[in-house]
Write a protein that binds this ligand. Structure first.
Ligand code: TXA
Ligand code: MG
Length: 355
């Protein structure tokens, strides 16, 4: 398969033509990758089982892991859901368009069965990226879209990452520059009792959710993430070893930066003594204290949002440079740090050393 590549940003008319062509392809049942404010998504017509199956095939994604349906507004969400519980509606009003996905009871006649993987619910989100919104408006159909990476690899934050994984496996890529947040959306479920459960931390923080909803809890699978491997999570995607770099990774976390740095140095020295090619991932303020074959900074401690967005690119860079052991600095689990630690834990298959 030949993958068509549309580079946006060379003029409003050219951009509009590219987006219209991509939208027409989506309506025809083709697969198109596009930027969102979180990560790049791989889209297909959410009502067509045949089209959605192409996404699973291109990614090598297990068929029991459901997809998020992207919509152009509240009205589309209402058409896909049997009903919208009031606490969910409040969150959608506050955070849409934006990095929040809401799990709702599904209208099965309007969503292809492969999208929901047989669940009675459907995950819905309205993205805020101008290209994603323009594409949804031009296509006039809801678009199912997981992150546009090969299953098990870090999510793509640039069109180049999408190409690296999916060139020749999908119909097209809309290149709208780097994605924004650089981590996926927050996935929540709203119970009839008003309780909000976070199934996946992401671009909207726990603190932000709590400004709008009084009763917000983390799903048990997130709390036990590192401890119990066979705990059954509500969000099927959370059980897979996601976001994994090829090297073996360990995360060192703790309240004292000094202790964390000291332990990271020891881990790096031990790996080097075994003859492994080493990589270190740390805040730029701490980076000079490490010796490693490849050293990458998240960015500054002073700009955590920006730093969070560099995580996936860094994991890919370690792979490209053949790093065998990656030692990563842990984050404080507040704000975007909760989502970063969740992804770091997955990338490290749960190897988080608390010091
Ligand atoms: O930011 C994002 O959410 C990106 C962009 C492209 O929008 N998409 C994304 O999709 O991260 P994906 O497929 O990589 O992750 C979707 C997550 C998975 O953990 C999946 O299990 C969960 O959402 N999910 C989807 N439908 C669900 C449902 N009905 N109930 C519970 N979890 C669901
Ligand atoms: Mg994904």
């Amino acid at each position: 398969m030949q993958t068509t590549y549309w580079k946006l940003g060379s003029g409003a008319d050219a951009d509009r033509r590219a987006i219209e062509e991509a939208a027409a392809w989506l309506r025809e049942g083709k697969t198109v990758a596009f930027p969102t404010e979180t990560v790049y998504g791989l889209g297909a017509d959410a009502a067509s089982d045949e089209a959605v199956r192409r996404i699973f095939a291109a990614k090598g994604r297990p068929s029991d892991n459901p997809l998020i349906v992207h919509v152009a507004g509240m009205a589309d969400a209402e058409r896909l859901a049997q009903r919208i519980p009031p606490p969910a509606a409040r969150l959608m009003e506050r955070f849409w368009p934006g990095p929040l996905t809401v799990v709702l009871p599904c209208r099965r006649d309007r969503v292809a069965p492969s999208v929901t993987a047989g669940l009675a619910t459907v995950a819905v989100r309205m993205p805020s990226h101008p290209v994603a919104l323009a594409l949804l408006e031009a296509a006039r159909i809801p678009i199912a879209a997981p992150s546009a990476n090969l299953s098990g690899r870090p999510s793509p934050t640039t069109a180049a990452h999408v190409r690296e994984d999916l060139d020749g496996r999908i119909d097209g890529i809309l290149d709208g520059g780097p994605a924004g947040v650089g981590l996926e959306s927050t996935v929540v479920e709203a119970g009839e009792d008003g309780r909000i459960t976070v199934l996946r931390p992401g671009g909207v923080s726990l603190e932000q959710l709590r400004e709008v909803a009084s009763d917000v809890a983390l799903d048990g699978a997130l709390l036990q993430n590192a401890a119990a491997a066979e705990f059954a999570p509500k969000s099927p995607g959370m059980k897979y070893a996601h976001y994994a770099p090829r090297g073996a990774m360990v995360v060192v976390a703790g309240d004292s930066a000094e202790r964390v740095i000291e332990r990271m140095r020891r881990e790096l020295a031990a790996a080097a003594a075994r003859g492994a090619k080493t990589g270190v991932l740390a805040f730029s303020e701490h980076l000079p204290q490490f010796e490693a074959d490849v050293a990458i900074a998240y960015g500054s401690l002073k700009h955590p949002e920006e730093a969070a967005g560099r995580l996936y690119g860094a994991l890919r860079e370690f792979d490209r440079r053949g790093v065998e052991v990656i030692v990563a600095e842990g984050w404080t689990e507040t704000g975007i740090g909760l989502a970063v630690m969740n992804r770091l834990g997955k990338a490290a298959s749960g190897r988080i050393l608390r010091v």
